[in-house]
Design a protein around this ligand. Structure first.
Ligand code: SF4
Length: 425
């Protein structure tokens, strides 16, 4: 039986118990969530991982995507990125290499992390076709499904699969145009392949076969967002909505077949459209776990896109997004470094926490503790609660005041110290 089928049969697995403990909810809550398709726990029969639950009633989780490009292939650097992502507190990792020996790189990254790992099998299928046969449009359908199964056997826990791009979606895209073009690599590969071969997307037309592979290897299916907006002026457009409707229907089918499923969302969205996007996603997918990519809330801050995405992610999370994909400061500019991966994860973790303070009120406990620690000038307690204690401690140590109770911001005129002398809170 698959994980979903276990849950439906009333079986509470060890993984469900672990998630219940982590989240402070009952085991039955988790079992029902998995059975009903509102919670996923990406597992793999091929590899033990640090278990994490994603979905309704759970903390917002953060994914870090890494991987080589055709220009920069450095396996050691990718392994270091995996290490930095885990050190910074990412919940999952996506290995998205498109350059070098993609199989070897994936094996090394998977071996170097205890996190659940996601991948996008069509990258390898299209890129191998480009290398062997001269162009991505020569990709063979059998190769796509073979590579999907091979990647599952490497111990990947979830896969982004671009099922929602079909002729209907393409018609919408053609009729409406786009300000920011098509920014999804998977979306671009599949669109080019369909137009050149005049054939339907095999991930859509052979969805039943895809589900067999997902179920056999217990991979969580992440319905890919190939039409996501790459510019705020394209947010919530017809092509994106069309793809969402197709993905929502297929996600129901996957769930019914006993496959765990997540639905991906956009992209670039101005703040006033985030609520609409989250509500629409949740409504049409029957409350499946929602994986928000960013969203970036403005297009004009390259170099700071981790912060731009964190603003969107915090709002999305507060409204119900369950899983957010980090963005690094290098987004739109270059392949990120390990340091930028670390920064990106921290920015996203802040966003997830800010969102959870609204979505799950109980997570405000740490903020209360920090408030008290600051009031009491208890620096050890402040660092213990801090999201990144090393950075906080390093900044303070660099500019330590003469009076070690206060800090160099106000020095002798530390407001807390002055009032604490005369007033007990
Ligand atoms: S010196 Fe100012 S900023 Fe620093 S702890 Fe005191 S009140 Fe806060």
């Amino acid at each position: 039986m698959s994980f979903v089928e276990d849950a439906r049969a009333g079986i509470i697995t060890d993984e469900m118990k672990q998630v219940a403990r982590q989240e402070g909810v009952t085991e039955e809550f988790i079992r029902r969530g998995v059975a009903g398709g509102h919670i996923v726990i990406p597992v793999s029969p091929y590899r033990k991982v640090k278990i994490c639950g994603i979905g309704e009633g759970l903390r917002t989780k953060v994914n870090a995507s890494i991987g080589t490009s055709s220009d920069i292939v450095d396996i050691d650097m990718e392994v270091e990125k995996a290490r930095q992502a885990e050190r910074a507190g990412a919940d999952t990792l996506m290995e998205l290499s498109t350059g070098g020996d993609m199989v070897e790189i994936r094996k090394r990254v998977i071996a170097s992390t205890s996190l659940s790992v996601g991948c996008v099998p069509l990258y390898q299928a299209f890129i191998e076709a480009a290398i062997k046969d001269g162009a991505v449009v020569h990709m063979k359908e059998d190769d796509l499904f073979r590579i999907t199964a091979e990647q599952a056997k490497l111990g990947t826990n979830f896969m982004a699969i671009h099922t929602g791009i079909n002729w209907e979606t393409m018609k919408r895209l053609k009729n409406q145009g786009r300000h920011g073009g098509l920014v999804s690599r998977g979306g671009a590969f599949m669109t080019a392949w369909m137009l050149h071969n005049e054939k339907e997307n095999p991930l859509y037309s052979e969805f039943d076969y895809l589900l067999e592979i997902m179920k056999e290897h217990e991979v969580t299916l992440s319905m890919g967002n190939g039409m996501r907006a790459g510019a705020v002026h394209d947010a919530t457009d017809r092509a994106g909505i069309q793809e969402l409707l197709i993905n929502a229907e297929l996600a129901d089918k996957a769930q019914a077949e006993g496959v765990q499923v997540i639905v991906e969302g956009p992209g670039h969205i101005p703040i006033d459209e985030i609520a609409t996007n989250v509500q629409l996603m949740k409504r049409v997918t029957n409350n499946k776990p929602f994986y928000m990519l960013g969203p970036l809330v403005t297009d004009i801050a390259p170099g700071y896109d981790d912060r731009v995405a964190a603003i969107g992610a915090a709002i999305s999370s507060s409204l119900g997004a369950d899983f957010i994909c980090y963005v690094t400061p290098a987004e739109h500019l270059a392949l990120p470094t390990p340091e930028e991966v670390y920064e990106g994860v921290i920015s996203s973790r802040i966003a997830a926490h800010v969102g959870d303070m609204i979505k799950l009120k109980k997570t405000r406990d740490l903020d209360l503790e920090m408030g008290h620690a600051r009031r009491d000038l208890d620096w050890a307690r402040q660092f213990a609660v801090a999201m990144n204690p090393d950075r906080a401690q390093a900044i303070r140590n660099e500019r330590m005041p003469a009076d070690t109770d206060a800090c160099t911001m106000c020095g002798d005129y530390c407001a807390l110290k002055i009032v604490n002398r005369h007033f007990s809170f």
